[in-house]
Ligand binder design. Structure first.
Ligand SMILES: NC(=O)C1=CN([C@@H]2O[C@H](COP(=O)(O)OP(=O)(O)OC[C@H]3O[C@@H](n4cnc5c(N)ncnc54)[C@H](O)[C@@H]3O)[C@@H](O)[C@H]2O)C=CC1
Ligand SMILES: CC(=O)C(=O)O
Ligand SMILES: [Mg+2]
Length: 617
């Protein structure tokens, strides 16, 4: 045999090996295996994990003792969804002014009831109509839901740990019915989007984020767990509201607070060693402390700090592309950031790192990159004169001499800063609706960029720093616009459309979670997060030139797949990937880029009814 044909044989054996490994991993997908149940009859109908409602076939009805418990007309899952949607659409026909808060809440209630009785159908519907229903199960409506949660609460979803549970958490986690949990989203409710401290009602945001984990990342809904840490609330209204569902005490602070979160982390990782914990909507003083406390010990990340940073840097690079400049021009962009909380600080740190790397990764590069940012918080421009400045913000405090020279000062207003700096980008992560007032936007007209970019990223809709209409009408048709919650594109007249991008961490967190899970990495490294943020590849040149810097939400599953694959590749590269689900670290190392994508795809749950088989306990 010639060397060449030997090589060909060897390669095809290798490929077969890989195909075998991939198909082996494929067989682990639950939706392709029958599901064994220890329940029968009404117990199945009342269980959202197994219920198929009118879609139970006749043989299943016989086998599972369901005969007579359902109306006789057997429906396909498509028919079920059509019937449900017809009812849901009636709401819109009755509403003359579009989706008001009342209508959105009514839709949320209807969807939530479906979630309670038939999860498979709920996710099938959500995935097929993600553009329409993400704004209901996620931002903006989820914000309203959190505000009203004590009234809306019917059936519990997720777990609650409070100060009353100290010393009990290790056993409490066994009250959760799932043997395996892949993804936890945990909040203490202290800063729910831009809505402030909502206490125990913040569980709604953990539920909404996990809906996207299922819909976008294909995490099995039986393996997700929303967690609320109730350490009290400082919200006066909730403290006085007799119907509030949480502890009516002021928030715990200091060591007491930390000991509760420590105990919870120990408990969940003890029961589910492979789980990934996403921290969500913690007030900034805890967001950063907890991230540093756990990130080298546990498989965890903070979505507001790290997920947002990745998404925003991707958007900033998109804005450079939209200016038809080279990426290497990014370090020349002047960026004014309004908001120096967990999200704002995460963004400036990551953007500075990206610029510095482009400039050669030296100390000089880092020094030079920091001067591209002008950070304004509730007290105005942050300079070296700011008292009690946070360590993470220190590098971004402007030098006194320079501010004087430019006619600015400590605490200068946003308008003054924008007028003087004439930035390329105006970025809002302040939580303050309307902060980009007419005055600020008029000042931004002085931007020296050919395509100035406005990122009004605060959520929900009412908290956006400005609307796209305001931005396009005051600054001009040529701007790039992104908001955290979805807005309609703007008709600019003469056939021109002002594109409204949704700049939201939803494009990253599901892929970070899925990629980490499948890689089996024990921690989530900076490199893995950075690899996740390479969303630029998802956007085509003509889209970017037309002002589209983020993909439409209808592509979220495809994007999440690429993000997850990038995270896995980086984990392999950094020797962190220990493998999971039939793929050990060596198997993973042998996969090429394409094969990693196939591996990800094969491990994404799909909303198909499984065959149900009854077995005695
Ligand atoms: N689009 C997205 O993906 C994301 C959006 N966000 C949004 O960003 C907002 C802030 O989140 P965090 O940083 O976690 O909150 P935070 O409470 O930690 O920080 C808020 C910051 O805004 C500043 N601020 C308040 N009033 C201001 C004013 N008038 N002018 C300038 N700055 C002002 C505060 O001083 C503080 O630095 C929230 O509305 C949240 O929904 C957060 C994460 C992701
Ligand atoms: C999107 C998000 O995580 C937030 O608004 O907090
Ligand atoms: Mg958040």
């Amino acid at each position: 045999m010639s060397n060449f044909s030997r090589q060909v044989r060897l390669s095809s054996t290798l490929i077969r090996g890989i195909q075998y490994r991939i198909s082996r991993s494929f067989t682990t997908i639950e939706c392709h295996r029958p599901t064994i149940l220890h329940k029968k009859g009404v117990d199945i109908l009342h269980n959202p994990w197994f219920n198929k409602g009118t879609a139970f076939s006749m043989t299943e009805r016989d086998r599972l003792e369901l005969r007579g418990l359902l109306p006789p007309n057997i429906m396909t899952d498509e028919q079920q969804i059509e019937r449900f949607m017809t009812e849901l659409k009636k709401l819109e026909m009755n509403a003359r002014d579009g989706p008001s808060d009342t209508i959105s809440l009514a839709k949320w209630r209807i969807l939530n009831r479906l979630h309670d009785r038939n999860e498979t159908m709920y996710y099938k519907l959500l995935m097929a109509n993600i553009k329409e229903y993400a704004p209901i199960v996620y931002t903006p409506t989820v914000g309203l839901v959190c505000q009203k949660y004590s009234g809306l609460f019917r059936r519990p979803r997720g777990m609650y740990f409070s100060a009353l549970d100290r010393g009990e958490m290790m056993s409490m986690v066994y009250n959760w019915p799932a043997e395996q949990v892949d993804m936890i989203v945990v909040t203490d409710g202290s800063r729910i989007m831009g809505l402030g401290d909502l206490g125990v009602q913040g569980i709604g945001i953990a539920i909404g984020k996990l809906d996207l984990y299922v819909a976008a990342a294909g995490i099995n809904p039986q393996r997700v767990l929303p967690i609320m840490i109730d350490v009290g609330t400082n919200n006066e209204n909730l403290l006085e509201n007799p119907l509030y569902l949480g502890l009516q005490e002021r928030r715990l602070e200091g060591e007491e607070y930390l000991s509760i979160v420590d105990e919870l982390m120990e408990a969940v990782f003890n029961r589910w060693p492979h789980v990934i914990v996403q921290f969500e909507d913690f007030q900034s003083k805890w967001a950063s402390t907890l991230l540093h406390r756990y990130r080298n010990t546990y498989r965890m990340f903070n979505d507001d700090v790290q997920g947002t940073a990745g998404v925003v840097v991707a958007g900033l690079l998109g804005a450079v592309r939209a200016q038809e400049k080279m990426m290497i021009d990014f370090p020349k962009q002047n960026i004014v950031v309004a908001g120096a909380g967990s999200a704002g600080v995460g963004v400036v740190k990551a953007a500075r790192r990206t610029m510095a790397r482009m400039l050669g990764d030296s100390k000089a590069a880092y020094d030079s990159a920091r001067s591209q940012f002008w950070v304004v918080d509730v007290d105005g421009l942050i300079t070296e004169e700011r008292a009690g400045i946070d360590n993470e913000l220190k590098p971004f405090a402007r030098k006194i001499n320079e501010t004087k020279r430019r006619g600015l000062r400590e605490g200068a207003t946003l308008v003054e800063v924008v007028q003087e700096v004439k930035p390329d980008v105006l970025l809002g992560l302040s939580g303050v609706g309307g902060l980009f007032s007419k005055e600020v936007l008029e000042a931004f007209r002085g931007s020296t960029s050919t395509r100035p970019a406005i990122f009004a990223l605060s959520n929900p809709t009412m908290n956006a720093e400005c609307t796209p209409e305001e931005a396009f009408s005051v600054v001009g048709k040529h701007i790039i616009f992104a908001s955290g919650s979805p807005f309609q594109n703007v008709d600019l007249g003469s056939g021109d459309i002002g594109y409204c991008n949704q700049g939201n961490n939803m494009y990253l967190f599901p892929g970070i979670g899925l990629g980490t899970l499948l890689s089996g990495a024990r921690i989530i490294s900076d490199g893995m997060l950075q690899a996740a943020a390479d969303l630029a590849e998802c956007m085509k040149e003509d889209e970017v030139v037309n002002g589209m810097i983020y993909p439409p939400i209808s592509r979220i599953r495809e994007i999440t797949k690429s993000v997850a694959a990038a995270v896995i590749s980086e984990a392999i590269e950094e020797d962190l990937a220990e493998g999971y689900r039939g793929m050990n670290s060596r198997d993973l190392q042998r996969l090429n880029k394409e094969e990693i994508l196939v591996h990800v795809e094969n491990n994404m749950w799909r909303p198909d009814y499984p065959k149900l088989i009854y077995k005695d306990d």
